[in-house]
Design a protein around this ligand. Structure first.
Ligand SMILES: Cc1cc2nc3c(=O)[nH]c(=O)nc-3n(C[C@H](O)[C@H](O)[C@H](O)COP(=O)(O)OP(=O)(O)OC[C@H]3O[C@@H](n4cnc5c(N)ncnc54)[C@H](O)[C@@H]3O)c2cc1C
Length: 382
């Protein structure tokens, strides 16, 4: 892909933003297990939150390359937790944008794209995340003197931005068992009966991940996203966008590990020579580079196909496999970088150390490895 001058200018702007407003603070934010809420508004001012959304809701329509560039540049700060929370709207909003009523879109989307409100997606339950069709969190329709409502009871877990989200795109059971009985509902974060508890994690420390409990939560019937019992398909469509951006993020985190390892290998001397002068070290670096190059080429090929509208079952299968390949590349490079950094690689504050801890969630969230293979095989009729 040869990027246009507009792409390059955008990249420069995002890079400057990341160097100024994010990179110097990510270590402190990770240790504090949070980051300032004002960052959403700052990212919105630069147009980062609205990328790809319609102007009518405060967004900036753009091609897929702009989103890729934004992901690449934010990833340079080396914090997956920051990316996950700052952009949780990119998994929370798309079902509303694609299937919600105009009134619901106006109520939810502009505030989120302006960084005034935070959106999250709540699918996973304590009983399981991979088998979405069996989810049990329930919503029943109730008509009373105060109008039509959904009354929600159940639990969700591992929800990104779960502690401070103002809107949850919530998957609920509204019908019979299986995929055909699932709906999506937009639930305001201040709904009475919603309780949240933070979860302590291996990585993504600055991201607020929460367990949610819904007890008799009443939301207006108009908050239904799309048709009743048609939520499963919307959830599956939404996964494609998430998996593409996760693959882009994983590829960039691998690159960050390579850059850090190379800089260290040039600097660090052992046995009278810089590490990079030892052949085995050069080979390790080239193995990293080889994996990153192949991942990036595949990623770009899939973005190119998406831009052409070529997103049939074969594309979906490739995307599932790319997510596995990209996260394996990230894992391999994080391991190689920490090894190259020696004891220093085990110290908090290095990007490679953080990425090493963060890779596991990339291999589980948004569809775990095993599920990606199953889905790919099914799409290909294998
Ligand atoms: C930090 C973090 C943030 C997250 N953010 C969100 C969020 O914002 N919203 C949200 O809804 N969810 C979120 N998740 C949840 C995530 O999507 C799930 O963890 C994931 O889908 C896997 O579900 P599970 O943890 O219930 O594992 P399970 O479904 O119990 O699976 C456990 C293991 O078994 C494997 N497995 C399952 N079934 C099969 C099978 N048939 N064959 C072979 N292997 C199988 C899985 O691949 C996995 O390795 C987040 C998770 C984490 C850790």
């Amino acid at each position: 892909m040869s990027f246009t001058p507009e792409h390059t200018l955008f990249r420069d702007n995002v890079r400057a933003f990341v160097e100024r407003e994010i990179a110097p603070h990510v270590n402190a934010w990770d240790e504090a297990q949070t980051f300032p809420r004002e960052l959403y508004a700052r990212a919105a001012q630069l147009g980062l939150l609205g990328l790809g959304y319609a102007e009518a809701y405060g967004g900036t329509p753009c091609d897929g390359w702009f989103k890729l560039i934004a992901t690449e540049e934010i990833a340079r700060a080396g914090s997956g937790g920051l990316m996950a929370s700052l952009f949780s709207h990119n998994i929370g909003l798309p079902p509303i944008v694609a299937h919600g009523s105009d009134e619901l879109k106006q109520r939810v989307v502009p505030d989120v794209l302006a960084g005034r409100k935070i959106a999250a997606l709540a699918i996973t339950e304590p009983g399981g995340g991979s088998d979405v069709a069996r989810l049990t969190c329930k919503a029943r329709r109730e008509t009373g003197p105060d109008g039509d409502h959904w009354v929600i009871d159940g639990e969700k877990t591992f929800i990104t931005s779960g502690m401070r989200a103002d809107w949850f795109t919530l998957a609920v059971r509204t019908g019979s068992g299986g995929a055909a009985g699932i709906s999506l509902i937009a639930v305001p974060g201040d709904t009475p009966g919603l309780q949240r508890a933070p979860l302590a994690k291996m990585g993504w420390w600055c991201s607020d991940t929460a367990h949610l409990r819904f007890e008799g939560c009443r939301v207006p019937a108009a908050n239904l996203i799309g048709a009743e019992n048609a939520g499963f398909r919307a959830i599956m469509e939404n996964f494609n966008g998430e998996r593409l951006l996760m693959s882009a993020g994983a590829c960039c985190f691998a690159q960050v590990c390579y850059d850090e390892a190379l800089a260290w290998a040039r600097e660090r001397k052992t046995f009278g020579a810089a590490l990079v002068e030892h052949q085995v070290m050069r080979h390790k670096l080239m193995d990293m580079r080889m994996r990153i190059a192949s991942t990036r080429a595949w990623l770009h090929a899939l973005v190119e196909r998406q831009e052409r509208g070529d997103t049939g079952p074969e594309w979906v299968a490739e995307l599932c496999l790319l997510k596995n390949h990209a996260t394996q590349t990230m894992q391999w490079c994080a391991d190689a970088a920490v090894q190259t950094l020696g004891g220093m690689g085990f110290m908090r504050g290095l990007k490679s150390e953080r990425i090493y801890r963060e890779v596991k969630v990339m291999m589980i969230g948004g569809g775990a490895e095993e599920i990606m293979k199953e889905l790919a095989a099914r799409q290909l009729g294998v």
